[in-house]
Design a protein around this ligand. Structure first.
Ligand code: GRF
Length: 207
């Protein structure tokens, strides 16, 4: 059977990327990662890619994104996985690959789109915080949410403690969503996510 082909975009540490690799190695995910794309030459995730002998591609200009589009088409890439990609993708790029792009965001969307989600949740004295995997649309952090994982915010939680808890949840939910997309259990239809051809009215809650 043909393996589902993916590419991963990252800008930083790449723990989610590493976790995807580990899930491929363990046999949970039947996908291959053709390349890692980054806007940051110092991203530790690029070191991880080199260690795994995965090709790396740097992007900066609109033209670079056009080259990635060409790469996606030429190599029949099925899934574009954003794993800590800190740059907003050009709308034209997103529009060309709608339905294929997944992102993981460190909040219970639609709450706390954008940056610094952990400190904002603590500052607002939220009882819960979490992570969401969603399809990417041209509107930032606004695409249909597939799955969410939740944690309780304790009084003693600092930003760093909360970040660690959220990473743990991310490492559980992202492989699930990637598996579902790679095995065609889910698909994006406009601003909705379909699961087994039924519209998800609320995101799947990971327990
Ligand atoms: C994660 O918290 C993810 O939700 C956000 O960026 C962070 C990336 O972490 N989009 P890592 O580089 O995968 O460790």
């Amino acid at each position: 059977m043909r393996k589902v082909k993916s590419i991963v975009f990252l800008s930083g540490n790449g723990s989610n990327f590493q976790n995807i690799i580990d899930n491929i190695k363990s046999g949970f995910l039947h996908i291959e990662i053709l390349s890692v794309v980054s806007n940051n030459k110092n991203a530790y995730g690029l070191e991880r890619a080199k260690k795994e002998k995965i090709k790396t591609i740097m992007v900066n200009s609109d033209n670079d994104y056009n080259n990635v589009t060409e790469y996606i088409i030429t190599n029949s890439v099925d899934i574009v996985i954003l794993a800590g990609y800190m740059k907003i993708l050009p709308k034209s790029f997103v529009n060309k690959h709608i339905g294929k792009i997944l992102n993981i965001h460190p909040s219970l969307l639609p709450k706390y789109k954008g940056l610094n989600t952990h400190s904002r949740a603590i500052k607002d004295k939220e009882k819960y915080h979490g992570a969401s995997v969603h399809f990417v649309t041209p509107d930032l952090d606004n695409g249909p949410v597939i799955i969410q994982g939740k944690v309780e915010i304790k009084n003693s939680d600092t930003k760093d403690i909360l970040e660690e808890k959220i990473h743990k949840i991310e490492h559980e939910i992202y492989p699930l969503a990637i598996k579902w997309l790679s095995e065609k259990f889910i698909k994006q239809e406009n601003d909705k996510c379909l699961f087994n051809n039924e519209v998800l009215t609320t995101p799947i809650e990971h327990i």
